[in-house]
Design a protein around this ligand. Structure first.
Ligand SMILES: Cc1cc2nc3c(=O)[nH]c(=O)nc-3n(C[C@H](O)[C@H](O)[C@H](O)COP(=O)(O)OP(=O)(O)OC[C@H]3O[C@@H](n4cnc5c(N)ncnc54)[C@H](O)[C@@H]3O)c2cc1C
Length: 493
């Protein structure tokens, strides 16, 4: 229909959340095919508009693409950027080329990308394009349960890296400017007012190197500390989420260190997190409705409050609970807090404030530079206690503050209104005696808000509510189903 006959036959490599050139099976196999190759990335307007999307993600993607194109220039390649939905972009490409095969990784994404993939499948069938997809990390498609999952995960992680042989490359570098608004995305994608980790494969390898060559030493020791973990944790999450690194690359680099007998304890601990990465995404792959509903259907009508004022206070870091506010403000500015603090933010939202986890899901997705749908939704639900199979943990934000930020270094950095308060009042400013407050120039309700609720009372009510729910027959029935479908047969080391 587009006059294919006279047009050059090509293969296309479609980059998505796999913005790297090493350990990239689709790229490797496309190079081995021998036909000319077009490398593409689509900045899909539907994804830019998605409720989880934030400029910080697109800036990271943009930086990654710039980095990749610098590396590709050496071998004569280039990733072409289309500010367009996938099908219309392919239709435009088809006006110039005959599409033979499409190479990409599988994507475990939000409903928008799931729908889009179904449309791409139909497009390929109608247009006789062969779409070859490769497994992304340790997430296996088409599973009904987890039998043998751990063993297959190990096998995948220990297999050789799929590094492309560049000398085989015949890359197409046409000028698409008349058919794709190529320049348009570049301008808005470049800017963000915040100081965030920079995207790019080269930058990702620097983080990996500095972690394994030194920072890993304190990995287990500081993993729960909001301030120290910023350095001692790997900080690889955005690089894994956007695919600047594969889980396998990171696993193998850690494994060689472990085999050399270096930092074996922390390395094992770290490697188990890499498994969790895939384990959570696998759950989402097998139950994608988790974006919208609790995995345990017994929690469908759990009975949350609607309180826009509390939700706003939580989103802005103005709840009057210092560690909660510090975490939220830090997230807004930097796109990162460690696992425990993320869990505490969700616990506070869903248990103390009794607000629906869905009310906070988009906000956190937008703030996390490492937003990964397959980790995000299952973790949100786990921390909200709506799975019926995990032990429910209601984090006490005052205790967390005393245990993990005893001197208030993190709190004072992100909530400077509390900087003048002496120990222990920056943990619980509402307990500041008048004389201490006066000397510090601090007035509760003026300098810093009153707590929006009584944390002790709220936790007690939440505990009663969740324990009651756990024993409901529907919740128990669903728990059995979830265990059969999502539980691993082997215990991880
Ligand atoms: C409510 C909530 C939402 C979350 N959303 C995301 C998200 O969107 N994207 C994301 O990457 N992580 C998410 N996490 C998991 C975890 O908090 C981050 O992966 C971790 O803090 C990233 O820091 P790091 O790279 O320094 O981790 P490290 O401790 O150095 O771990 C290495 C890697 O292992 C994986 N990992 C670590 N902890 C976990 C975990 N608990 N579950 C699954 N994978 C893990 C990550 O890929 C991480 O980069 C979420 C946690 C919670 C409680």
């Amino acid at each position: 229909m587009y006059g294919f006959r006279d047009m050059e036959k090509i293969n296309v490599v479609w980059f998505k959340r796999d913005l790297r050139l090493k350990d990239h099976a689709p790229l490797k196999h496309a190079l081995e095919e021998g036909l000319p190759i077009l490398l593409v990335y689509f900045v899909e307007p539907s994804l830019v508009r998605a409720s989880q999307s934030n400029i910080r993600h697109w800036k990271f993607i943009y930086e990654s693409l710039v980095d990749l194109n610098q590396s590709l220039a050496v071998v004569g390649g280039k990733i072409h950027l289309f500010h367009e939905e996938v099908i219309p972009a392919f239709e435009q490409i088809q006006q110039h080329y005959q599409l033979n095969k499409l190479f990409s990784h599988q994507e475990t994404g939000i409903a928008i990308t799931y729908q889009r993939d179904k449309e791409v499948k139909r497009f390929c069938q109608v247009n006789k394009v062969i779409w070859q997809e490769w497994q992304q990390n340790g997430v296996q498609r088409g599973r009904k349960n987890r039998k043998g999952w751990s063993a297959q995960w190990e096998t995948f992680m220990n297999r050789s890296l799929e590094n492309p042989a560049w000398e085989k490359g015949d890359f197409l570098n046409p000028d698409f400017s008349e058919i794709s608004m190529m320049q348009k995305p570049l301008d808005w994608m470049k800017h963000s007012p915040f100081t965030l980790q920079q995207g790019g494969e080269n930058r990702a390898h620097q983080y990996l190197k500095s972690f394994l060559e030194g920072r890993v030493e304190n990995y287990s020791r500081f993993i729960s500390k909001p301030e120290a973990s910023r350095r001692s944790c790997s900080r690889l999450s955005p690089y894994l989420a956007w695919g600047n690194l594969s889980v396998r690359q990171v696993f193998q680099a850690a494994e060689s260190l472990r085999k050399a007998g270096k930092c074996t304890g922390p390395i094992r601990n770290f490697q188990s997190r890499l498994r969790w990465h895939c384990h959570f995404i696998q759950k989402f792959e097998m139950e994608e409705r988790m974006e919208f509903e609790p995995i345990n259907q017994g929690f469908m009508d759990y009975g949350y409050e609607e309180n826009p004022e509390w939700l706003k206070a939580w989103k802005m870091g103005k709840t009057g609970i210092p560690l909660v506010d510090a975490c939220m403000r830090c997230l807004i500015q930097t796109g990162y807090v460690n696992f425990r603090m993320r869990a505490m933010l969700v616990s506070f939202l869903t248990h103390h404030l009794n607000l629906d986890w869905r009310a906070g899901a988009d906000h956190l997705a937008q703030l996390f530079l490492d937003f990964e749908p397959g980790i995000h939704y299952p973790q949100l639900q786990m921390q909200a206690g709506v799975t019926g199979v995990n032990q429910v943990r209601i984090y006490n934000p005052i205790k967390q503050s005393g245990d993990h930020d005893p001197e208030g270094v993190f709190i004072k950095k992100w909530v400077p209104e509390l900087a003048s308060l002496p120990f222990p009042y920056f943990h619980e400013p509402w307990k500041t005696p008048p004389i201490e407050g006066q000397m510090a120039g601090f007035t509760l309700g003026d300098t810093y808000p009153f707590p929006i609720m009584d944390p002790e009372k709220a936790a007690r009510l939440a505990r009663e509510k969740i324990w009651k729910a756990q024993s409901l027959p529907d919740v128990k029935k669903e728990a059995k189903r979830i265990l059969a479908r999502h539980t691993l047969s082997l215990r991880w080391r």
